[in-house]
Design a protein around this ligand. Structure first.
Ligand code: 3EB
Length: 321
């Protein structure tokens, strides 16, 4: 144990089978990408319906230096140990009549569960929904998702936001997945000097500004980095130029690391790269080769960014070297 009673959280991409990873008592979460794996009901396992675009399709493996307990609470499941907690919520929008009400439901359950458990500090959330850019103007599904998320958080009086990602999947219609990392100690939210804070975005991006911080300095001093795209100020940059967008995203990431006084990404910095169009993979790979050390673990996933003009987004972790 270190860091005020927190055990060591690690996140790694691994080629091992889900069963092998779940066999470890210190496994907090296993995230699979792509096709749904059936036959196991372990609360620590979540299949994210984002198709891997790289040849290897590893799993994301979270471990804590402690024994993990698990449970279920209605639509929500959890795993906890060593001061950390993984929470996953999977909803079928049809039960709620649409994405906005489903999102509000998820963001009612999540903070209520968090408030009642020892790991009561929400650090990082991932949100995956289908057809994220469908709908015109304020009816765009991402904007409806933001409305529901904010309503749930406001009802709990939450005005300090976790780091987050919101990406469109091409899996089962109406499937909303929200998963999160919490800890017994608070983290410290970080903003990016190159970007307007998302919760302060002007009205043109929707009726409810997105409720997330650009990054979260976790209580173990690692940095959990939100989905980062080619946004400067509040504007999307380099429409129709995926290579320039990837470069801009890396400049944003470098700015965040500088703000956090952390060195460049290395082998302890697993990144997820969401690419809208599979045809753009070579251009994105080239940008990654230019901007990232070869040792930086990364997975490329097919995912839709929440503004239709954005073609690539990157999220990840920066653990201590
Ligand atoms: C952006 O900078 C890109 O709504 O949770 C990135 C990360 C984005 C998280 C969210 C949205 C979210 O605005 C989009």
């Amino acid at each position: 144990m270190s860091d005020a009673g927190l055990s060591a959280l690690r996140v790694e991409y691994r080629a091992d089978s889900t069963a092998t990873l779940l066999d470890r008592p210190d496994t907090l979460a296993v995230l699979g990408f792509g096709a749904t794996e059936t036959g196991d009901t372990d609360p620590r396992h979540l299949c994210v319906p984002l198709r891997p675009l790289s040849s290897k399709a590893p799993r994301e493996h979270w471990t804590v230096g402690a024994e993990v307990a698990t449970g279920r609470d209605g639509d929500l499941r959890w795993a906890a140990g060593g001061g950390w907690r993984f929470i996953a919520i999977e909803l079928d929008e049809a039960r709620f009549g649409g994405i906005e009400a489903a999102s509000e439901h998820a963001y009612t359950l999540l903070p209520a569960h968090v408030a009642a458990c020892p790991e009561r500090h929400l650090q990082r959330v991932w949100n995956y929904l289908d057809a994220i850019n469908a709908g015109e103007g304020d009816q765009e599904r991402y904007r409806l998702f933001c409305n529901g998320r904010a309503r749930g958080l406001v009802a709990r009086g939450i005005n300090h936001y976790p780091a987050a990602t919101a990406i469109g999947h091409h899996g089962p219609r109406g499937l909303l997945q929200v998963y999160a990392l919490c800890a017994t100690q608070p983290g410290h939210a970080l903003e990016n000097p190159r970007q307007v804070s998302a919760w302060q975005y002007p009205r043109q991006y929707g009726p409810t500004a997105p409720s997330f911080a650009r990054a979260m300095r976790l209580p173990n001093a690692a940095l959990a980095i939100s989905g980062t795209a080619a946004v400067t100020g509040h504007a999307s940059r380099h429409h129709d130029d995926v290579a320039a967008q990837a470069d801009e995203a890396f400049t944003n990431l470098a700015s965040l690391l500088e703000r956090a006084q952390l060195p460049a990404f290395d082998v302890h910095s697993p990144l997820k790269v969401y690419v809208r169009n599979a045809d753009d993979v070579p251009a994105v790979e080239a940008a990654l080769a230019r901007r990232l050390h070869a040792a930086v673990p990364r997975v490329l996933l097919q995912g839709d960014v929440c503004r239709s003009e954005l073609l690539v987004e990157i999220d990840g972790w920066r653990f201590a070297s």
